[in-house]
Design a protein around this ligand. Structure first.
Ligand SMILES: Nc1ncnc2c1ncn2[C@@H]1O[C@H](COP(=O)(O)OP(=O)(O)OP(=O)(O)O)[C@@H](O)[C@H]1O
Ligand SMILES: [Mg+2]
Length: 598
């Protein structure tokens, strides 16, 4: 049991409670041993001599014993629960905290189900082991020890004969152990897969229903369930076999002892009372021994869980903070990408040799075709990933040398696949800056053009928006995300397609306001597909195949007649088709000023 030390380490903060638990176990144990001895006294002393005084004394003593047993039994169970709950909380908190620091890449590579089953299931099986298994083991160990001492005192010969059957228990133990461990590992992994799928299916329920895939999903679920069913039955079968074979062996032992015990009474070596007490004590031996064997069951499951938990806890966050990371009180928002290259996998470069300088309070728009690398560039700026080559500087400080928390507290973002949490509108906006006042929340909601629709919701700012904000339209969700970002009052604002889902009119309102109010005084990097929204940007960066193809102002880039110009042209043509009443020609001034909003 090489992991035992690690298990015991979990109990270290609760040494005092553990000590009292063991004490309570000891006392409860000793008190539990009194009854068979009383049988002996009744048969050998009280019945033959009709000793009423002794009978009364014994009865009172027994009642006292039972009261004490109740008290210490209660204390034992209470302490076990107390330590158990504490250990579970500690471990879960530690895991959760660590998991959150493990960077985006870890979460991307591990299915949610696996993570959830680690935080919930694995921790639970460790609790079961420590507070079902280990406590039972300690209790049983003392029990077996004390009972054996008494049995030896009563009759050592009969006791030795009973012990002859013990190796049979050991044999069963070694035979079933490895098979049980394998089964538990398999079951746990399958459960993790099942949880992942459940999570995905319910998150994507509209796709499942829309594609009429309910039956398909149900079949897949059933298939996985059957695998778990088979493995679980296998594990139960082993458990039952272990239990039954132990019972069978001990029954054989009992037959021998009845035969030998009766003969010992015939010969006058022991009294009838002693034999009755012997049988009673022997009966008390069976369950504790089984429990000591069964602990293996718990242990196998918990050891596999602990292994997985330790694997997570020893996993180093990919995004590491420098030893003497600098915590900045405030940042101005000067950003510089210097020869930055990056790939999600080693063999495919997504960004190459990016050199980009964004000055304090500048608004820079990133444009380019889908998959060009715009979001990736923002991911690097947020330090969700580290660059493969080159560095990013913030106000002249290397990003890798900045304390993550203080840096990110000065940034706010509206991501392309932005996320709202279940809860109220207000709770979601305030996530940007905990403790903000109601007035501040309303102010930012107005800026994000969200106040009006929020007021029309059934409970206004207190409306529950459902998981991921499912009860709101995409455009409404985006506007709440924008409000949440502005509430942070960031030095750097990142908007990745932040208004892609709102209608053109609302987008125009938000963007106009954005250029005036939201973005003023802060460095802003925004990605937009609708080029009409970024014509006012100080600088437009056109990204093509992971490289910066063109940089400049809107008119500058149009004059170059390069990739930006082509994209602009395509969008103008598309709009032209819709707006047949207005014609845009390449040379027209209208076209150049970007009066594209419809
Ligand atoms: N987490 C990821 N792991 C592996 N590859 C990724 C990951 N995210 C993006 N990529 C790849 O990186 C490339 C650039 O993706 P990115 O999201 O930066 O594009 P984008 O310019 O933002 O596109 P869009 O306009 O569609 O949002 C794509 O080829 C994409 O497949
Ligand atoms: Mg993107």
């Amino acid at each position: 049991m090489s992991n035992l030390k690690e298990f015991l380490a979990l109990l270290r903060p609760y040494k005092k409670q553990v000590f009292f638990t063991i004490l309570a176990i000891l006392i409860a144990n000793l008190l539990g041993l009194a009854f068979p001895w009383v049988i002996k006294i009744v048969i050998d002393e009280i019945l033959p001599k009709k000793n009423i005084f002794l009978l009364n004394t014994l009865a009172i003593a027994l009642i006292l014993v039972f009261i004490l047993k109740f008290y210490f039994g209660y204390l034992r169970e209470y302490l076990i629960s107390l330590i158990g709950e504490n250990v579970v909380c500690d471990l879960r908190n530690k895991l959760y905290w660590h998991l959150q620091r493990l960077s985006v890449r870890y979460i991307e590579n591990n299915p949610t189900g696996k993570i959830i089953s680690g935080v919930i299931g694995d921790v639970e099986s460790i609790r079961n082991f420590l507070f079902g298994g280990v406590v039972d083991f300690i209790y049983s160990f003392f029990n077996v020890f004390f009972v054996l001492v008494i049995l030896f005192i009563l009759d050592w010969r009969l006791t030795l004969i009973s012990l002859l059957y013990l190796p049979a228990f050991g044999l069963a133990f070694f035979k079933f152990t490895p098979r049980l461990k394998k089964k538990h590992e398999f079951i746990r992994n399958k459960y993790a897969e099942l949880t992942s799928r459940l999570n995905e299916v319910f998150n994507g329920i509209r796709i499942v229903s829309g594609f009429a895939k309910e039956e398909y999903e149900a079949n897949e679920f059933n298939f996985k369930q059957k695998e778990i069913f088979k493995a679980s039955m296998g594990s139960h079968k082993l458990g039952i076999l272990l239990w039954m074979s132990s019972e069978f062996v001990s029954s054989l032992g009992l037959v021998t002892l009845i035969w030998l015990g009766a003969k010992a009474v015939f010969s006058g070596r022991i009294s009838t009372g002693t034999l009755m007490a012997f049988y009673s004590y022997l009966g008390m031996l069976f369950f504790p021994i089984i429990k000591m064997v069964i602990i293996n069951n718990y242990y196998q499951e918990a050891a596999a869980s602990l292994e997985r938990i330790n694997k997570v806890l020893t996993e180093e966050p990919k995004i590491k903070e420098a030893k003497h990371a600098i915590s900045l009180d405030s940042i101005k928002g000067n950003i510089k990408f210097e020869d930055v290259s990056f790939g999600y996998d080693n063999n495919k470069e997504v960004l190459s040799e990016i050199n980009l300088e964004v000055k304090e309070s500048e608004v820079v728009a990133l444009v380019g075709k889908s998959g060009a690398g715009k979001t990736t560039l923002l991911n690097l700026l947020l330090r969700f990933y580290d660059t493969t080559k080159g560095d990013i500087f913030i106000d002249g400080y290397n990003l890798k040398g900045l304390e993550l928390k203080s840096y990110r507290s000065k940034i706010a973002m509206v991501l392309q696949d932005d996320y709202l949490f279940s809860g109220t509108v207000k709770e979601n906006i305030i996530y940007g800056k905990l403790g903000a006042s109601k007035d501040d929340i309303i102010k930012v909601a107005r800026l994000a053009n969200a106040h009006q629709f929020i007021m029309e919701l059934p409970d206004g700012y207190d409306t529950q928006i459902g998981e991921r904000g499912i009860k709101l339209s995409y455009g409404q969700r985006q506007r709440i995300s924008i409000a949440r970002a502005i509430l942070r009052d960031p030095a750097i604002l990142i908007l990745d397609e932040a208004t892609s889902s709102v209608d053109s009119e609302t987008e125009r309102l938000i963007i106009e306001q954005a250029f005036e109010k939201l973005m003023s005084g802060r460095t802003t990097l925004m990605v937009a597909h609708r080029l009409s929204t970024i014509t006012h940007a100080d600088k437009i960066v056109f990204i093509e195949g992971g490289k910066i193809a063109e940089t400049g102002g809107h008119f500058q880039l149009l004059d170059r007649k390069g990739s930006y110009w082509k994209m602009w042209l395509e969008q103008v043509r598309a709009t032209n088709c819709k707006l047949q009443s207005r014609s845009y020609t390449l040379e027209s001034k209208d076209f150049k000023t970007g009066s594209l909003n419809i």
